[in-house]
Design a protein around this ligand. Structure first.
Ligand code: NAD
Ligand code: UDP
Ligand code: UDP
Length: 318
């Protein structure tokens, strides 16, 4: 078990009675909403691994039991099938709020549900945090910058977002979730943290969830052409999931509210990404061009100076 100590500037928060977990720190009870999903399941592994108790709340819209089945039987692990749009009563010290479909294909599938999840789901988790005095972390997104007119994006940029487009349920939903988070902080004194996550890849992504890394990899393995949307010159910056999880934990345990960009500044066009997949999986892989989706951001690259300075965090993997 990895142990870590909480500094003096970071008083034990929450009202939960804690049991010792090692030198310098007591065991916490932590909720991870969306914990059966791609990012959430890796975060849960890290929290369980360091000795904490974890309760996952997930409705299995895009999450899977397979992602966490290795934890079944662990007495410090619980899994609740629950939709965060509905209230729930729990006693916890920290809440990592991830519940929300992240792939454009999934969040556009039922846009009203996506908004409900972002607004009512976030409201419920903030209400819970307020009632029990838990610290609350929101996983927001680089999509709050929309199709950005500043490059790279700094946290001070307010974004260029279409309020009535196909992506709005997600990006406006997350913007509202950020607003709620700050209003509960200012109005009710809830301890909050906001992460703006940039495109993330790694094991346990759904193979067919429509995001570009999993699409290209799945297509190359299946000997199908890799589908490049538009001219393929749009850019994204991809971070490996363990780097993100380290950043989320550093943010939760640190002293700063944020928002913080958590992403890898390495920027690639989709054509360059296709080349990487080709080199890695199948040199004979081909490309097929398809029309791009509406409001697709032309470029995206995080400025992570703030996270480097205040969280002492930066990605380790290219
Ligand atoms: P994911 O789709 O794999 O996981 C989301 C999880 O939330 C799933 O387990 C799903 O079943 C659950 N969920 C969805 N709606 C719910 C509801 N109403 N009630 C309960 N559970 C619900 O996505 P992910 O990539 O792991 O993303 C996790 C979080 O990180 C999301 O909030 C997403 O917006 C954010 N994020 C991810 C990325 C990325 O590149 N992966 C980028 C930016 C932001
Ligand atoms: N809530 C919850 N669990 C709790 C406390 C609150 O799900 O432990 C929900 C509650 O049902 C409400 C939301 O969180 O829908 C906001 O709660 P808050 O107390 O801030 O607002 P109010 O209930 O006064 O509208
Ligand atoms: N994309 C692509 N082919 C695919 C899937 C996506 O070219 O099969 C492009 C998409 O148009 C976008 C980028 O890859 O410009 C990233 O898309 P993704 O859905 O992974 O994430 P986003 O950053 O748009 O949320």
């Amino acid at each position: 078990t990895q142990e870590f100590s909480v500094s003096n500037q970071n008083p034990i928060h929450g009202k939960m009675g804690r049991v010792p977990v090692g030198i310098g720190r007591r065991r916490m009870r932590i909720v991870v909403t969306g914990g059966a999903g791609f990012v959430g399941s890796h975060l849960v592994d890290k929290l369980i691994g360091r000795g904490d108790e974890v309760i996952i709340i997930d409705n299995f819209f895009t999450g899977r039991k397979e992602n966490v089945v290795h934890l079944f039987g662990n007495p410090r692990f619980e899994l609740i099938r629950h939709d965060v749009v509905e209230p729930i009563l729990l006693e916890v010290d920290q809440i990592y709020h991830l519940a929300c479909p992240a792939s454009p294909v999934h969040y556009k599938y039922n846009p009203v549900k996506t908004i409900k999840t972002n607004v009512m789901g976030t409201l419920n988790m903030l209400g819970l945090a307020k009632r029990v005095g838990a610290r609350f972390l929101l996983t927001s997104t680089s999509e709050v910058y929309g199709d950005p007119l500043q490059h790279p994006q700094k946290e001070t940029y307010w974004g260029n977002v279409n309020p009535i487009g196909e992506r709005s349920c997600y990006d406006e939903g997350k913007r509202t979730a950020e607003t709620l988070t700050m209003d509960y902080h200012r109005g009710d004194g809830v301890e909050v943290r906001i992460a703006r996550i940039f495109n993330t890849y790694g094991p346990r992504m759904c193979l067919d969830d429509g995001r570009v890394v999993s699409n290209f990899v799945a297509q190359a393995i299946r000997k199908q052409p890799m589908t490049v949307y538009g001219d393929g010159k749009q850019t994204r910056s991809f971070q490996y999931v363990s780097d993100l999880v380290d950043g989320l934990v550093a943010l939760m345990e640190g002293e700063h509210i944020g928002p913080f960009n958590l992403g890898n500044p390495g920027e690639f066009t989709m054509l360059e990404l296709a080349e990487v997949v080709k080199d890695t999986i199948d040199p004979s892989a081909t490309i097929e061009y398809k029309p791009n989706t509406a409001d697709d951001p032309h470029m995206r690259k995080p400025d992570i100076s703030k996270a480097k300075e205040l969280l002492n965090w930066e990605p380790k993997y290219p």
